[in-house]
Design a protein around this ligand. Structure first.
Ligand SMILES: N[C@@H](CCC(=O)N[C@@H](CS)C(=O)NCC(=O)O)C(=O)O
Length: 215
């Protein structure tokens, strides 16, 4: 099946799909879209993704949008036993961290990224920065506790939970913020850095996004 991925590579949500495709060593065509490339509001794109955001993935006749749905699909279809635990009981933990990332963790660290990086300095709001940092630190401490017990969020092996949460690490570790010491998160980050698919997908410059609120 021919796989196509639409989305700009400096989008954290697109990076999840790029990382999963890399881990699974799947060949695909990449179409840069969104941000400075535009194209999310064309009728053709909206017919594929009525939400008008990136990423979107096509695999043969199947079109999927929402980054977590994409990563789950790729893992289930191509990663059985690799990124996708076969046992429902094992998958429950993976989904717990994956859904927590969608509902709690990513909203916290993305809010911080928008405040510290995307908002022009003269428009930054210290109270909003403090709140976003406190929310992010609370989440990173939860990750640190979990990663004190197991090397990866789902347990002993890399799963799609590490992918959706791990795309935060380049930005978290390079933003101009006061970070607490989180040894287990740092050890997890170092383990992920050993993977070419992580480095290629996640360690992507966000200079173009600095001071930019328009997309
Ligand atoms: N919940 C969606 C969020 C997607 C999203 O917010 N995408 C952003 C980039 S990270 C976007 O498309 N922004 C507009 C643009 O890049 O033009 C997902 O996980 O896929």
């Amino acid at each position: 099946m021919a796989i196509t991925l639409w989305g700009r590579l400096n989008s954290a949500n697109v990076q999840k799909a790029v990382w999963a495709l890399g881990e699974l060593e799947l060949p695909y065509q990449h179409v840069p879209l969104g941000g400075s490339f535009g194209g999310t509001d064309t009728l053709q794109y909206l017919a594929m993704n009525p939400n008008g955001l990136v990423p979107t993935l096509r695999d043969g006749e199947l079109t999927v949008w929402e980054s977590h749905a994409i990563v789950r699909y790729l893992s289930a279809e191509y990663g059985s036993g690799l990124l996708f635990p076969m046992e429902a009981r094992d998958r429950a933990e993976v989904d717990q961290w994956t859904d927590w990332t969608a509902t709690t963790f990513q909203p916290a660290w993305i809010a911080l990224f928008w405040q510290k990086v995307r908002t022009p300095v003269e428009k930054q709001n210290q109270a909003a920065i403090d709140k976003a940092l406190a929310d992010s630190v609370r989440c990173f401490r939860m990750l640190d506790d979990r990663l004190g017990d197991v090397p990866y969020l789902g347990g002993e092996q890399l799963t799609y939970a590490d992918i959706v949460a791990g795309v935060s690490l380049f930005r978290w570790s390079t933003m101009q913020i006061e970070r607490p010491s989180l040894p287990n998160v740092e050890a997890w980050h170092a383990r992920l850095e050993e993977r070419a698919a992580f480095r290629q997908a996640v360690n992507v410059s966000y200079d173009e996004l600095a001071g930019r609120l328009s997309f």
